[in-house]
Design a protein around this ligand. Structure first.
Ligand SMILES: C[S@@+](CC[C@H](N)C(=O)[O-])C[C@H]1O[C@@H](n2cnc3c(N)ncnc32)[C@H](O)[C@@H]1O
Length: 463
């Protein structure tokens, strides 16, 4: 049967693709169905149609999969924050493990590696230590509000509808953050609503209030609030900071990042400290970290500990090893390993991350870690002596080919590859598999209700 754009079809969902879409087959032809899960029988409307596949949206569900659950969130299915709330968590983990295994097989040609069951997130809700909410002049209405009279559509402080820059849902409660985060969100919204300063228009690029970023310290139950505006106006933001501190004494840092740039990134051209410290303190394992508003820090703190413990275990440390930590960010892995090795050398592109790493070493009294700035492609020649262990934790895009070549020349005995993207992990390991045995892979979930998954792969140089 030929599948055509605009057609309505009854489909049986039999699989799930990386990215979270359900898969149906019509005479062998693949259809990716948005928000569908295996076991669903649906009527779906075909949207995009290509030579080898089509995309479809659910029009109605005839029979729901037994794996469907009632999502606790009001915005489930609309919000880009999490797309899998309607899928049972045990099933989410099963599909995540399957994606890691399939990526290794289909992209990397790596077949016989043991991919363990996923280490689940300690918390399935309230797990994020950082949330970023966008301001918009008009809020995106919920389906049940459409066409209703007297609906107030002005102003949103919330999260985006997936794939859109201007559609913002006004979020009252987000279950990914702690309840107090929702109270802070509401307090800031009320203040902005009453303010004389305008909300920043995402199309007009004019206005004052732009973003709100909230960070929570899991270890100390303290908060950082970062208000992002287009101008520096202390008369407007200082009273907001005072009000928040009065209502929430455990907010220990309030800063104002100011940016007139059009890009929708909540990072300021400069930062004004309004109250308390310029950073938040949190812990991973026994180590303390100072996190400033714009520093990278894993967003699920207990999840990060699970990830780093796995990496440490796969490194097989005895205490006298020299370790190279590629793509080290703010040095969290280097610091986590520091008490179990002779020394760690971290490599990182972003200068401010290196400064954070050095500060965090000082904070913990660590003296056996050093950090080398620059693009790894150009700085890896600094590794003159073969390290005992190499940790590699690249960005989503994976490693540059030249970097892989240089690693193969250095040829450390043990490699631990940490990845947030099964596809690029599979591609990179494919380039290394003639030189290294890929012994096992441990997926670690840090992002419940999304299709994202971290993985740790254990590699040993072939004899
Ligand atoms: C996935 S993060 C790893 C962070 C760290 N390992 C952690 O757990 O927090 C990847 C890091 O690679 C850095 N990076 C990206 N491209 C790079 C390059 N070409 N050279 C050096 N570092 C790079 C990014 O700035 C980022 O800090």
């Amino acid at each position: 049967m030929a599948v055509k754009k605009g057609q309505e079809l009854e489909l049986e969902i039999t699989g799930i693709a990386f990215g979270g879409k359900g898969i149906a087959k019509v005479d062998g032809f693949t259809i990716f169905v948005d928000k569908a899960v295996p076991g669903d029988r649906v009527i779906a409307r075909i949207g995009k149609k290509k030579k080898s596949y089509a995309e479809a949206r659910i029009f109605s569900i005839i029979e729901a999969s037994p794996d469907r659950i009632k999502a606790p969130c009001l915005y489930s299915g609309l919000c880009g924050g999490c797309k899998w709330q309607f899928l049972d968590y045990a099933k989410q983990l099963e599909y995540k493990r399957m994606h890691v295994e399939e990526s290794l097989d289909h992209i990397g040609g790596i077949k016989d590696v043991k991919v363990h069951p996923v280490i689940p997130s300690d918390r399935v809700f309230e797990y994020r230590n950082k949330m970023e909410f966008s301001c918009a002049e008009k809020r995106w209405l919920l389906p049940e509000e459409l066409g209703r009279e007297g609906i107030e559509a002005g102003f949103a402080l919330g999260l985006h509808v997936p794939g859109t820059f201007f559609k913002v849902l006004d979020i009252d409660v987000c279950h990914l953050q702690k309840p107090q985060g929702n109270d802070i969100l509401r307090d800031v919204r009320e203040y902005m609503r009453k303010s004389d300063k305008p909300i920043y228009g995402l199309r007009s690029n004019e206005g004052f209030w732009r973003f709100l970023m909230i960070r929570h310290s899991t270890a100390h139950d303290q908060w950082m609030v970062n208000i992002i505006t287009s101008e520096n106006c202390p008369a407007e933001v200082q009273p907001l900071a005072e009000m928040l501190k009065k209502k929430h004494p455990n907010i220990v840092s309030i800063v104002n990042n100011v940016t007139s740039r059009k890009s929708s990134v909540a990072v300021g051209e400069f930062e004004v400290q309004l109250l308390g410290e310029p950073y938040l303190k949190d812990k991973i394992g026994a180590f303390e970290f100072n996190i400033s508003a714009n520093s990278f820090f894993q967003t699920n703190t207990p999840g990060a500990e699970n990830l780093y413990r796995t990496a440490k275990d796969y490194a097989g440390l005895k205490g006298d090893e020299t370790v190279v930590d590629l793509y080290c960010g703010t040095g969290t892995i280097a610091i986590f390993l520091s008490d179990s090795v002779k020394e760690v050398t971290g490599f990182e592109l972003v200068g401010s991350a290196i400064r954070d790493a050095e500060n965090n070493c000082r904070l913990n009294g660590i003296e056996n870690c050093k950090f080398i700035p620059g693009d790894i492609k150009d700085s890896l020649f600094n590794v003159r002596k073969k390290p005992d262990v190499m940790i590699i934790d690249p960005p989503r895009s994976g490693m540059h080919r030249d970097v892989v070549k240089q690693i193969l020349d250095i040829a450390p005995e043990r490699i631990v590859y940490v990845s947030c993207n099964p596809a690029t992990m599979a591609r990179d390991l494919e380039m290394m598999k003639d030189h290294y045995d890929i012994l096992e892979v441990q997926p670690v979930d840090m992002f419940p209700h999304t299709y994202h998954i971290e993985s740790v792969a254990k590699l040993r140089l072939k004899k």
